[in-house]
Design a protein around this ligand. Structure first.
Ligand code: AQP
Length: 343
């Protein structure tokens, strides 16, 4: 056991999560992540949220676009209810400890573990030999993002489940290899009706900011007319809505629209169907469009207002980075002590 290392820390409840500034925010990011980030903060839990720009550059990012998208994402966090006075909000590359711990985890994680990651396979496609090494090692950096704060809970969408299992594997292997109980075994928090918002054009594909079809997603910056038109054109089936959730099990597109409605209105799917069961999509789609516009337009106007003052956004992120570093630096130093690095 290493000198001076606390080996059985009592892990206090601490939430961490991040979003890549790799494009504009979608309704999937809002319902699967941002809205739930604000909910965790509002429950009085310690919350740390991050724009993960080092993850974003695992695929090409134009420098000017990356800067703009990072600030726009920060504005999206704040406009969605993440309060920089109650949550720590910062940009990943401002806190070097993420990259430092990621290197340690690169040496803990195994090649075979990384090769099984479906997101790498999806993003690298047929041309895996030409993908960046960073894209391959992405989950080790994600584990570092979480564990450098000893975070106990990570709210994410369904698509991140496999990466969080890998975070747990890395923590377990590190603790086992060094005979310590140093890193917590983090719990993924994948809850609610919108943990996997699907494309509006294809109910089998996740809604994604990098989908080539803009019609497949609702962007947080879309205006009311665009939102209504995308929902009107969303793919559906010809049947009326059922009156119970089980009637949606074989109807992915219908299920997606009802899930979105439920998440936006803070209801369960059964509660929604109690009201709208039996209606045709010609009636339900305008109801969904009205709800989406009512919920999203205040957020997009607030984002636009915040974006008029980028210096203010940068100051918020710098302050958050100082707070984040104050937690991360001692945890990294303890990690180095455990490993046997002389300092
Ligand atoms: N469709 C979705 N439904 C529910 N949650 C979602 N998330 C993303 N899409 C959906 C959640 O948003 C958080 C941040 O995601 P990210 O930006 O770090 O990366 P991503 O998951 O790869 O998101 P995208 O939109 O698909 O980005 P690209 O196209 O760049 O890969 C995560 O918690 C994620 O689960």
């Amino acid at each position: 056991m290493s000198e001076g290392v606390q080996t059985s820390p009592a892990f206090k409840t601490r939430v961490f999560s991040g979003i890549q500034p790799s494009g504009g925010l979608t309704l999937g990011n809002y319902l699967g992540a941002l809205k739930r980030f604000a909910d965790a903060q509002n429950q009085g839990i310690e919350t740390i949220y991050c724009m993960v720009d080092m993850h974003a550059i695992t695929v090409w990012q134009d420098p000017a676009a990356l800067r703009r998208q990072t600030r726009e994402l920060a504005a999206g966090f704040i406009a969605s209810g993440v309060d920089p006075n109650r949550s720590i909000l910062f940009n990943q590359s401002q806190v070097a400890e993420h990259a430092q711990l990621a290197w340690v985890f690169n040496c803990v994680a195994r090649m075979g573990w990384m090769k099984r990651m479906t997101q790498f396979k999806d993003k690298a496609g047929k041309n895996a030999e030409n993908a960046s090494l960073g894209l391959f090692g992405y989950p080790a950096l994600m584990a570092a993002d979480i564990l450098v704060y000893h975070a106990t809970h990570v709210p994410v969408g369904e698509d991140q489940k496999q990466h969080l299992e890998l975070t747990r594997d890395i923590a377990t292997k590190f603790n086992h290899d060094y005979g310590v109980d140093f890193f917590p075994i983090t719990e993924p928090v994948i809850e609610g009706t919108a943990t996997r918002v699907m494309s509006l054009r294809d109910g089998s594909k996740k809604m994604s900011k990098s989908d080539p079809s803009d019609a497949s997603r609702i962007n947080m910056t879309d205006d009311a007319e665009t939102i209504a038109s995308k929902i009107r054109k969303a793919r559906t089936d010809p049947d009326a809505l059922p009156s119970e959730a089980k009637g949606l099990s074989e109807r992915p597109e219908a299920r997606n629209l009802v899930n979105i409605y439920a998440a936006l209105s803070d209801q369960t799917v059964d509660e929604v169907l109690r009201d709208v069961g039996g209606r045709q999509f010609s009636e339900f789609k305008p109801m969904l469009a009205d709800l989406a516009v009512a919920k999203l337009s205040p957020i997009s106007s607030e984002m636009a207002r915040l974006m008029q003052n980028p210096t203010e956004i940068d100051a918020i992120l710098r302050k958050g980075a100082d707070q984040a570093r104050a937690i991360a630096a001692p945890i990294l130093q303890q990690t180095y002590d455990i490993i046997g690095m002389v300092r």
